[in-house]
Design a protein around this ligand. Structure first.
Ligand code: NAD
Length: 359
């Protein structure tokens, strides 16, 4: 009963026409930011997260505390728990699901392949099953990944480009997710929006990602490993700042339910949409390192090695014209500015505030 009360409180809407959103993976990097942004404009938000230990669980707990201070409650549980999901939908008539829970990371798939199947396939299906039977049926927005473009080296990537050559199990499960969600759209009329995020970075980010671990190692005077592609070509990523990604997510939620009229009457077929959310300006990894060096006022000890065949792709670059047109998506933060904000957060979060300032 205590639990129900917290869920109801968290789900309260404070603006007219506000949404009621279940955010899975709410203790994660993107989930925390999306939840805060929705809550701040008056939407009802309930989080769900299993607080797994893929990376430092204390960071997830700190994000939970941040959300709690803004009256967002995170239910601790797994998206594979059908009974828990049914109970949540019983307590709250969610208008939208923002599905961000997943086993992320490309390289970890070689250590623990089953965790990808558990969260990105089985968990996705459980959540879709609950969503398609819920009344009202929520619009379903979820995180796919730029990794679905796999070995395709024709850049920039457009949504209609081939995605049948995944380079990692992570990518394969995201691609499978795009096909699985399509069947729920086709059979049950569930409104689906898949968002292909391109290397998201920023405050409260993920410790397993390069920009984060480089920062940690540089500050601790430890070497960093920089991968180099074939023929000594630098790797590059279309790094996208978290606030831009959040705007894309919110824009997707706001436009997702458009084909469903009031009283659950459908005005047309439910949409199945896929969008790239990137920054359209790839930056090489050595440039990323030099920006970090500048902001940290420290030199990195670089170990440059040939990229092992571990699932990484050499280059990503998003064509975002669809998202611009249909979601009003417009990234505004370049890597210099975004990393400055990240470094400032990092120094303060990890208590480096004595004498160390950011340029
Ligand atoms: P994250 O790991 O910080 O967040 C995911 C959260 O989901 C974690 O808090 C985790 O505890 C939770 N979770 C995992 N499995 C779960 C399960 N079975 N049940 C309940 N909770 C579970 O990752 P993120 O960077 O915030 O990524 C969010 C989404 O965006 C993921 O789907 C990810 O695959 C996708 N994505 C991220 C990036 C990026 O650069 N960050 C790029 C492309 C796609």
């Amino acid at each position: 009963i205590h639990w129900e009360k917290q869920v109801r409180n968290s789900a309260q809407i404070h603006r007219s026409g506000g949404l009621s959103v279940l955010v899975t993976g709410a203790a994660g990097f993107v989930g925390t930011h999306v939840s805060l942004s929705l809550k701040k404009r008056g939407d009802g938000v309930v989080g769900l997260d299993n607080f797994n230990n893929y990376y430092d669980p204390s960071l997830k707990k700190a994000r939970r505390a941040l959300l709690k201070s803004h009256n967002v409650f995170i239910v601790e549980g797994d998206i594979n728990d059908a009974r828990l999901l049914a109970k949540l939908f019983d307590v709250v008539a969610f208008t939208h699901v923002m599905h961000l829970a997943a086993q992320a990371g490309v390289r970890y798939a070689m250590e623990n392949p089953q965790s990808y199947v558990h969260s990105n396939i089985a968990g996705l299906v459980t959540l879709l099953e609950t969503s398609k039977s819920a009344n009202p049926q929520p619009a379903f927005v979820w995180a796919s990944s730029s990794s679905v473009y796999g070995l395709n080296d024709k850049t920039p990537f457009s949504e209609s480009d081939r995605t049948d050559q995944p380079a990692s199990l992570y990518a394969a499960t995201k691609k499978a997710g795009e096909e699985i969600t399509h069947t729920y759209n086709h059979i049950y009329g569930l409104s689906i929006t898949g968002l292909r995020f391109f290397t998201v970075y920023g405050p409260w980010g993920r410790p397993d990602m390069a920009y984060f671990s480089f920062t940690r190692n540089i500050l601790q005077g430890k070497p960093i490993t920089v991968y180099r592609g074939k023929n000594r070509v630098d790797l590059a990523r279309d790094f996208t700042y978290i606030d831009d990604i959040v705007k894309g997510c919110v824009g997707s939620l706001d436009t997702a339910g458009k084909s469903t009229g009031s009283g659950g009457k459908k005005r047309g077929p439910a949409p199945y949409r896929i969008f790239n959310l990137g920054n359209t300006s790839p930056v090489t990894v050595p440039t990323l390192v030099s920006i970090l060096e500048k902001h940290l006022k420290m030199k990195a000890k670089k170990n440059v090695v040939d990229m092992p065949g571990n699932g990484d792709v050499p280059f990503t670059h998003a064509n975002i014209s669809s998202a611009r047109r249909e979601l009003g998506y417009k990234p505004t933060t370049d890597l210099q500015t975004g990393l400055k904000k990240f470094v400032r957060w990092y120094l303060s979060y990890y208590g480096y505030n004595h004498g160390k300032t950011v340029n």
